[in-house]
Ligand binder design. Structure first.
Ligand code: FEO
Ligand code: CA
Ligand code: CA
Ligand code: CA
Length: 606
């Protein structure tokens, strides 16, 4: 059955067998290329990559490190070209620099790391008659945004006392974006980028002793003395003892206009501050964006933002300017879920309750509403609106939101409106002093994660109530504590730790994984969400050693993935690499974007 090429339309390929090969392994009949690697020059004047002669100046014009989320936008004026936008989540200095001394990084190494973070915009060109993509270097739209580029804070928390610093007393101008994990693409031609584990960049939280401020930092995991990368030695803003509010200027959703290389990207405070994994919009019937968002932490929450403004149609300057305000006004909600089976039937093993499903109902609890000119109203007792927006996790705590198993990517199906929430794992579920299993998070010490399917009341994105069920309970299908939407489990691929999700043109859900606990490498999977093959999950590719799969995009003729942190294995370094991907033995390991297509020129999986 694993050999079957049958399947739902879009998923008719021979599944890749789980493996530990140091390559991107793809189905028979498919081909691949590396679209762009870390360090390839994309801006005018940037030099070719030279692992032994890295400089911050060079890196600022080259593709960044650890590409994660990917978006491809049309470029109508130029045939066969699209605009690729990539997140560069974090740097792995030990795999970047020969002889890296983690206790004493040099200023140049730190500045290279700053330049390797952030975002890239790079035009890509397709080869006729294949799915091969190549970067167009020096295109006028190409752009790098780094840890030192200018960003503007907008919306209800912009200018608040919590985001003012010595360098920016007005609290509106932030340097840099950090730890951009997943993201989203809007119907008005912009991209969204979640600032996730920003806590790791800030030092000396332990010197902040005022109890309220200290509790806020701790709730976001900003703790301890020196930071891992020691950036505080080279810029005071990373030292909380000197600049206590700087950390509050990260943890937002960034909106970028990739078509305007002069534009200043915005941090949209109306969408709340947490470890934003992703942000994906859909529109209400009257044209207002609703953005779904996860906070990737054990026992944290998922959210949505409902704009009060409608998308303006057309390509006029006025319409565009209007659309760049859509995410500044509206209501932020957090999810609370209730199971419909008796609590006694949820025993923490993943055994299905008597009604045969992990399912139930939910409410979206409003946290705050932002109006024009940054005015906002809090819906949380004891917290001001500015506090709700800057310390959103604590607002979720106060209203009793449901503690989830690490909400990663979240994606509404453009075909059915159902919303899919990847809950990647939670090794602490059910431990002493921690929340135990509930119907939405039904396994204690959850190693493999699950995917929740949410249906808004009357399928309206702005509804304040919803129904939900677990679509997948991941793991080895031979493990009784797994579930594949009721599809026969002898006909599916094993999967562990779902992270990013995307839809193909046929309405199938594609899932990339991070942290496979089944002994094989991470990969990419497709699964039908409707019809009689609903739940039939098939593995499409696997990653090189140490890599996580992310940023999947599935177009008619190609599948594009980020190969993030290849070779990231304990004890590995430039001198002792764990992987030889992508350029073979003796070459430095480089995170890269890969495109996969069918050799016969037909569409993917048909
Ligand atoms: Fe950066 Fe939640 O993965
Ligand atoms: Ca992720
Ligand atoms: Ca049930
Ligand atoms: Ca992850």
């Amino acid at each position: 059955s694993h050999k079957s090429k049958k399947g739902a339309r879009g998923l008719r390929f021979t599944p890749v067998v789980p493996n530990t090969t140091d390559s991107v392994t793809i189905p028979d009949g498919y081909a691949q290329n590396v679209v762009i690697r870390w360090g390839e020059p994309i801006l005018r004047g940037a030099p070719a990559f030279d692992a032994d002669k890295q400089t911050a100046k060079a890196q600022a014009g080259q593709f960044g490190y650890n590409n994660d989320f990917l978006s491809l936008l049309p470029l109508h004026r130029e045939r066969g070209r699209q605009v690729l936008v990539a997140n560069h989540e974090y740097t792995d200095e030990i795999l970047m620099f020969k002889g890296y001394d983690a206790a004493n990084p040099t200023r140049e190494q730190v500045e290279i790391a700053w330049a390797a973070h952030g975002l890239s915009v790079v035009v890509v060109e397709e080869e006729r008659k294949s799915g091969k993509l190549s970067a167009v270097s020096r295109h006028q739209l190409n752009r790098r945004l780094t840890a030192t580029s200018e960003f503007r804070l907008t919306g209800p928390a912009a200018g608040s006392e919590y985001v003012r610093t010595k360098a920016d007393p007005r609290g509106t101008k932030v340097l840099g974006t950090l730890n951009n994990c997943a993201g989203g693409t809007t119907p008005w031609g912009t991209t969204l980028h979640g600032e996730e584990n920003f806590n790791q960049y800030f030092a000396n939280a332990e010197k902040v002793t005022e109890p309220t401020a200290a509790a806020r930092l701790k709730r976001y995991g900003v703790i301890g003395a020196a930071s891992e990368r020691k950036w505080e030695r080279f810029d005071d803003r990373f030292d909380l003892a000197k600049e206590p509010n700087e950390a509050n200027r990260f943890g937002w959703v960034v909106e970028l206009d990739p078509y305007d290389p002069e534009s200043t990207p915005r941090k949209r405070t109306a969408l709340g501050r947490f470890k934003h994994e992703a942000a994906q919009p859909r529109l209400t019937h009257d044209g207002r964006p609703v953005v779904y968002m996860g906070d990737d932490e054990k026992f944290d929450y998922f959210y949505k933002f409902v704009s009060s403004k409608r998308v303006a149609k057309g390509t006029s300057r006025a319409a565009h300017e209007h659309n760049l305000t859509l995410l500044d006004e509206g209501t932020l909600y957090v999810a609370k879920l209730t199971g419909d089976s008796p609590a006694a039937e949820i025993d923490g093993t993943g055994k299905l309750p008597a009604d045969g499903e992990f399912d139930g109902s939910g409410v979206w609890i409003p946290l705050a509403t932002a109006g024009p000119k940054g005015h906002a109203v809090s819906h949380v007792d004891g917290m001001s609106a500015e506090e709700v927006y800057v310390f959103t996790r604590q607002a979720g705590d106060k209203v009793g939101a449901t503690k989830m198993d690490r909400p990663e990517d979240i994606e509404p199906s453009p075909y059915t409106g159902k919303v899919y929430v990847a809950l990647t794992n939670n090794s602490d579920r059910g431990k002493a002093g921690k929340a135990g299993a509930d119907e939405a998070n039904p396994r204690n010490l959850n190693k493999h994660g699950q995917i929740l399917e949410l249906t808004e009341r009357r399928n309206r994105p702005e509804s304040t109530t919803f129904a939900w069920s677990l679509f997948l309970v991941a793991g080895d299908p031979e493990d009784p504590a797994t579930y594949f939407a009721g599809f026969p489990k002898d006909k599916v691929s094993p999967i562990s730790c779902p992270d990013n999700v995307a839809f193909d043109p046929h309405g199938n859900l594609w899932i990339s994984t991070d942290g496979n606990q089944l002994g094989s490498h991470d990969g990419l999977f497709g699964v039908a969400t409707k019809g009689d093959r609903r739940g039939e999950l098939k593995q499409f590719l696997t990653m090189p050693k140490g890599a996580e799969t992310c940023g999947p995009l599935v177009q008619d003729r190609r599948v594009i993935v980020s190969v993030q942190h290849p070779g990231e294995v304990d004890g590995a370094s430039v001198e002792k690499p764990a992987s030889a991907w992508p350029d073979g033995p003796g070459k430095i390991v480089r995170p890269s974007v890969v495109s996969v297509w069918r050799k016969d020129g037909c569409d993917i999986g048909v």
